[in-house]
Design a protein around this ligand. Structure first.
Ligand SMILES: *[C@@H]1O[C@H](CO)[C@@H](O)[C@H](O)[C@H]1NC(C)=O
Ligand SMILES: *[C@@H]1O[C@H](CO)[C@@H](O)[C@H](O)[C@H]1NC(C)=O
Ligand SMILES: *[C@@H]1O[C@H](CO)[C@@H](O)[C@H](O)[C@H]1NC(C)=O
Length: 180
């Protein structure tokens, strides 16, 4: 009659999990061994089961943190990333809020934050080698970041571009890749 049931297994599993959390708490004062990456983020988890989004630039502009019910997105050269986990950086009124709700690939290359027309995906006139070196690195940065993730694409509308690209500006590079 001593059959091992599903509930016994569940109890044992629960016990091990609890013990693990207690051990972790004992050693690290956190129940997850100090792990705080995105794999424990329920929103990231849900995102894995959703289909990739494909926004127009106008749709993307709503995701700038002004509507607290929507996530905060930024885009680089067509790839859209969810940066909602860092409202203290990307939220309304915060230092990098201007990068959200749009594709400002250009500014990731030039770093010219003070120049409003740099907030565009328009890469015309930039040094190609610099673009090739910087953009993939930034895209990877957001893809790999422990708090951010890729959600899909934004369709560029080249008919909205001005006739000439922004005038050259003095490159003011981001102060290193680990500023966040
Ligand atoms: C996004 O939608 C546009 C228009 O419907 C389409 O042309 C484009 O191929 C789509 N892009 C992706 C990556 O699905
Ligand atoms: C954010 O987007 C909303 C809706 O598109 C717009 O009304 C608002 O001005 C934007 N806020 C900023 C700071 O750009
Ligand atoms: C930027 O996007 C364009 C169009 O999708 C693509 O052809 C180009 O290779 C991308 N550039 C970089 C540096 O990722």
């Amino acid at each position: 009659m001593n059959r091992f049931t599903f509930f016994d297994a569940l109890r044992i599993f629960g016990g091990i999990l609890l013990l693990n959390c207690l051990c972790s708490y004992w050693f690290t004062s956190s129940t997850t061994w100090n792990y705080d990456g995105k794999y424990l983020n329920i929103k990231y988890f849900m995102n894995l089961f959703q289909s990739r989004i494909n926004l127009t630039m106008e749709e993307l502009s709503k995701y700038n943190g002004s509507n607290s019910k929507l996530p905060i997105y930024l885009a680089i050269n067509g790839s859209v990333f969810d940066v909602s986990s860092s409202p203290e950086i990307y939220g309304p009124g915060k230092s990098y809020n201007k990068l959200t709700g749009k594709d400002c690939a250009r500014i990731f290359v030039t770093g010219c934050f003070m120049k409003p027309d740099e907030y565009t995906y328009d890469l015309r006139g930039l040094d190609e080698k610099e673009v090739e070196a910087d953009l993939p690195a930034w895209i990877e940065y957001f893809q790999q970041h422990r708090k951010y993730w890729y959600v899909g694409t934004v369709q560029h509308d080249d008919s909205s571009l001005p006739r000439y690209p922004p005038s050259p500006c003095e490159h003011l590079k981001f102060p290193g890749m680990n500023v966040h």
